[in-house]
Design a binder for this molecule. Structure first.
Ligand code: TYD
Length: 135
């Protein structure tokens, strides 16, 4: 898969005088069933997350609060996104390396993932990821 297949998705929702609501409902908003939800929060200033790739996992990443940057890399091309809107998600396909940085103090990164947690799905070494991604 390539970073060209990763994209920002505008989330459908509702707005009225009580505020706003956004939702994610497969298969319209994302091309996978949700197998797991996790979120990153209380990230100390200057700290970075991610720094890994996934073999099979697909994800939708949402800045439900605050903002942060995500750099995606497929072994050939890199692309950076700045997430700052709760009504927008970043779809990340399989076989993508991701680095998360530039977290604001109030950042909450919500992740909808296609599979349950499995350490076997991770590439923790960029060298291993690069070899597999470019083979
Ligand atoms: P990791 O994926 O390295 O975090 P990040 O993507 O934010 O950099 O996960 C950090 C730790 O949390 C690691 O020990 C694995 C564990 N973990 C789970 O047990 N379940 C999960 O769903 C996730 C995402 C992580």
């Amino acid at each position: 898969m390539t970073v060209a297949q990763c994209r920002l998705v505008d989330l459908p929702g509702s707005v009225d005088d009580r505020g706003r609501l956004a939702f994610v409902e497969p298969p319209d908003t994302i091309p996978f069933e949700i197998g797991r939800v996790y979120y990153l929060f209380d990230i100390p200033p200057g700290k970075e997350r991610g720094a890994h790739g996934h073999r099979d996992l697909q994800q939708l990443m949402i800045a439900v609060s605050g903002s942060f940057s995500v750099t995606l890399d497929d072994g050939k091309e890199r692309k950076s996104f700045h997430l700052s809107r709760p009504d927008q998600g970043l779809y990340i396909s399989k076989m993508i390396w991701r680095d998360l940085s530039n977290f604001s103090e109030d950042a909450v990164c919500l992740v909808l993932a296609s599979e349950r947690y499995s350490e076997d799905d991770y590439f923790r070494s960029y060298e291993d990821f690069y070899r597999e991604a470019t083979s």
